[in-house]
Design a protein around this ligand. Structure first.
Ligand SMILES: *Cc1c(COP(=O)(O)O)cnc(C)c1O
Length: 425
């Protein structure tokens, strides 16, 4: 004879049983309800933990990719209290000021330009620059630069959206000055758009025209520099520009070469918050600022404060205050010593690795690094760690690269490594 089954627990009792999961009570109740509805009261904890796991949270980036789009690109520290700010107040006159008056001028000066405007992201910056300067005009661009930047964001679509008339010149691999000249000779108001091929590389039989040449052609040049290397000479570093930066265009250099406007992201090589910057000649930047889209694309005080903090670090030439540069320039010997010590503690093997800048910048470029390796694919176990560790799998091994791991996270990484895999003994 069957024994009568115990009645299922109440939602209230079940949600109290899992109260140690770090979630607000209402979300624990949701997990308990769902578990009871599924006829699996025991699954309440797992369901709650899943809800917690889906929240935005810190992870350890052991991929070796410093600017990983899935991991929020540049890591950034910024704290602020619940205080009012002079966001749009001129403290001297007491009159209405401008949110463009803080980080903007600092970044402009760092690029050697008269003016800059901050937007929400790089895509917003190029969209606004084109909408303000190229609307109703012919926008001349090389076929080699009609690129997709990522996530379906394609330059030809952005140009169409801005109200410019796209005029393609040259071929995919070769575009010459005469191609631009021929397009200009057809008449009508025009601008030239130059897009940095930041996320792919063309090698072999190629030719393109630099900004210096283009800016001699008598029409405004809008340069999407993309990754936001402020100055190719990296005056904020205490040493010469690292070799892996070779060939990456600086914003300062693009403007010196004659670009009317340059646009770039805040969270790539700049190492700041997600933002976009339009920088260049005063009148052109003012046209952007006055455009109705500027309001739709403007960031709030939180982003502007974080960007100002980043800009001030550049003014002080204090690369150590910018997490991206701090990580990117850690000496190889230091990474090796950390790898050796973690290997001794966990049984993983210390190995030489190749890290990358990432973020769609500097394709194919490697930064020498060290990491920990183990046979097999342990990425899922590492992601299950708290905090999650994001590793990469390569040639039948799991690699945890230390280039993008802050040294203060080594103890956390050690625990994660030891739990994910240990050598057979
Ligand atoms: C990354 C990038 C963008 C887009 O910037 P987001 O900040 O991702 O919006 C545009 N153009 C180039 C050349 C880029 O590299």
């Amino acid at each position: 004879m069957d024994r009568p089954t115990a009645p299922p627990p109440s939602v209230d009792a079940l949600s109290r049983q899992i109260a140690d999961v770090a979630l607000p009570h209402a979300l624990l109740v949701r997990a308990a309800r769902e578990a009871l509805a599924a006829g699996e009261p025991d699954s309440a904890r797992q369901r709650a933990e899943l809800i917690a796991r889906r929240q935005l949270q810190p992870v350890i980036n052991a991929t070796g990719v410093l600017l990983h789009t899935n991991l929020g690109r540049a890591p950034l520290a910024h704290r602020q209290a619940a205080r009012y700010t002079n966001l749009e107040l001129d403290l001297d006159s007491g009159r209405r000021g401008s949110r463009a008056a803080h980080a903007g001028p600092l970044l402009a000066e760092l690029c050697g330009a008269p003016a800059a405007l901050i937007l929400n992201n790089g895509a917003g910056a190029i969209l606004l620059a084109l909408a303000a300067l190229a609307v109703g005009r012919r926008a001349i661009i090389s076929r080699g630069e009609l690129v997709e930047i990522g996530g379906g964001f394609r330059i030809p679509d952005v140009l169409a959206l801005s109200g410019a008339q796209l005029v393609e010149v040259g071929t995919t691999n070769r575009t010459r000055r005469v191609d631009y000249e021929a397009a200009l000779a057809e008449g009508g108001d025009a601008v030239i758009v130059k897009v940095h091929q930041s996320n792919y590389k063309m090698v072999g039989f190629t030719e393109s025209v630099g900004i210096a040449e283009l800016s001699k052609l008598g029409v405004p040049v809008i340069a999407d520099v993309g990754s936001g290397l402020l100055d190719a000479n990296t005056p904020w570093l205490h040493s010469a520009p690292p070799r892996w930066l070779a060939g990456e265009p600086g914003v300062r250099q693009a403007l010196e070469a004659g670009a009317t406007l340059a646009t770039f992201s805040g969270d790539k090589l700049l190492g700041g918050p997600q933002a976009g910057v339009v920088v260049g000649q005063e009148q052109a930047v003012q046209s952007c600022a006055r455009h109705p889209l500027a309001r739709a694309l403007r960031p709030g005080a939180l982003v502007l404060a974080a960007l100002q903090e980043t800009a001030l670090a550049y003014v002080r030439r204090d690369a150590d205050a910018i997490a991206f540069w701090r990580l990117a320039t850690r000496p190889l010997a230091e990474l090796e010593a950390r790898a050796t010590s973690l290997a001794a503690a966990t049984g993983w093997e210390a190995c030489q690795t190749a890290a990358a800048p990432g973020g769609g910048s500097l394709p194919g470029v490697e930064i020498a690094s060290f990491g920990l390796c183990a046979p097999g694919d342990h990425r899922s176990a590492l992601r299950a760690n708290e905090p999650p560790v994001i590793a990469r799998a390569e040639g039948g091994r799991t690699i945890c690269d230390l280039r993008a791991v802050a040294p203060e996270d080594d103890r956390l990484l050690e625990t994660a490594l030891a739990c994910a895999w240990a050598p057979a003994r």
